[in-house]
Design a protein around this ligand. Sequence first.
Ligand code: F6P
Ligand code: MN
Length: 330
Amino acid sequence: MSEPGKTKFQIDLRRHLREQEVNDNLTHLICEIAEASKYIINSIRTGDLGVAGTSNLYGEEQLALDVLADRILRKRLDHSRVVANMMSEEMDEIIPVSPDCEGKYSVAFDPLDGSSLVDVNLAVGTIVSIFEGCDLLQQGRNQVAALYVLYGPRTTLVYSVGKGVHEFGMNNLMEFTLLQENICIQPKGNLYSPGGQRNKYTPGTEAFVNHLEERGVKLRYSGGFVPDINQVLLKGKGIFFYPHLKDLPNGKLRLLFELNPMAFLVEQAGGAASTGRQRILDLQPNEIHGRAPVFIGCKEDVALAEEFIAKFESETPAEEKKTSKKKFAG
Ligand code: F6P
Ligand code: MN
């Protein structure tokens, strides 16, 4: 807090991390990810909307934006000297970076979530989950940090190292400066973002949605997970869900690249994240690309979703434990 009459200096990301007493390696890692996002936003803004395998006006081979974003982040993490293992939504396997785990971090990331929205000029984002040491297949509650970068009309970065949730905006010099500290989600909200086709909802989710609509809760769904979660966090109210569907018992979103980091951020802001039956951050991942249904946002709204599911769907479908191998974009 600056004193009245004194110049108020902007706080940049590195300084904020230092003030939060984040160690040098983790500070370096988060700042490297922030650096990579500058190249990603540049590709989104200026890159031809080429499809992988085609060539641009100059005959140069094009990469689809999600592939490009993946390469930008991978290269940055590879050269950071603080990463042990990494994996991305775009990769089939964990990529070992350094055999030495001491003082290093392992990173799971979705380089460009919602990439199919770029050609209709809607907001997209990068999502990152960070664990200490080498192990990436552990419960989300062990994350030491999570963040996302949202490429919308403005570029913002939201992070937590387990000490609250903080928002930064990219300024005209492409530096991230503090916009808001200790973001809080109210216990109950008045907006909802429902993913998936409604005619495929199971009875519990259908009853929950009917309840929300009777309560006068407003529909606010962009189709991009990062802007939809950002809306809940920054408005401080609301619930996002991509539930289990009749033909997709595990929903669509991936635990390691999408749900864990967002659940960490939302819990840090005082909200909750559940599959409808259990806490997301308690799920033990058994494979890299596993999916789970999700209800995430205001605590009371998430608890209510769980109640409706428990009431209407007393039996857990046997298929819920199996993992869908179906491929989705983004
Ligand atoms: O990563 C997948 C994604 O694009 C998310 O950003 C988004 O929340 C979801 O899919 C949207 O899926 P649907 O189009 O089925 O609602
Ligand atoms: Mn995604």
